[in-house]
Design a protein around this ligand. Structure first.
Ligand SMILES: [Zn+2]
Length: 187
């Protein structure tokens, strides 16, 4: 992150070493458009989501050593690899996000939150044209058994790619849990 442009930079709130992802920052090229870095990530950092101090929405991003140097005030104690930062949930430490099942405690109850599911969406299509849809089956991991809960990451994909909303998940009795939320403890 260089300071060559006049755009104000957001404040860096926290940073932890986070190998395993891909740098999400952009390089400015002479006379060209900024280009995505795509180096292997070394850091996950949390930043203020807006340069307007009235808006306090932390966000996070992955970055490599070339693009990002943690500022002095967050460098102490930043050797805790795998620590999950409190953020907007847009990104988290790869160690958590790459797990298939995350056991959590929420409202005093243990719940298995699936971060990997399988989806069967049967439909009969005729050239008349008619489309007959049958009930969507959602299974935990590779199994046929529906998950008790899924991560908000999986829920986002279900909405974006398959049009299955949280209300739709509720009719399947599937809860959506954000393992990075303050009220949720990862066991
Ligand atoms: Zn980079």
């Amino acid at each position: 992150m260089t300071n060559q442009n006049p755009v104000p930079e957001p404040a860096i709130l926290d940073a932890v070493p986070a190998p395993g992802g891909t740098c999400q920052l952009y390089h400015s090229r002479e006379g060209g458009r900024p280009q995505r870095c795509d180096n292997d990530a070394d850091w996950l950092f949390v930043y203020t989501g807006s340069v307007d101090p009235a808006i306090q929405t932390p966000k996070n991003a992955l970055a490599c050593h070339t693009c990002f140097t943690p500022p002095e005030h967050v460098r102490e104690g930043s050797d805790a690899v795998g620590v999950d930062l409190a953020t907007d949930g847009g990104q988290t430490s790869p160690s958590l996000r790459h797990r298939d099942v995350i056991r959590c405690k929420r409202d005093g109850e243990e719940v298995a939150v699936y971060n990997r599911i399988n989806l069967t969406q049967p439909a009969m299509i005729r050239g008349l044209p008619t489309v007959e849809r049958f009930e969507t089956q959602i299974g935990a991991g590779d199994s046929q058994t529906p998950p008790e809960a899924i991560t908000h990451w999986v829920a986002h994909v279900l909405t974006d790619e398959f049009g299955i909303t949280r209300d739709g998940l509720a009719t399947h009795d599937i809860a959506v849990v954000d393992p990075t939320a303050p009220e949720v403890t990862v066991l």
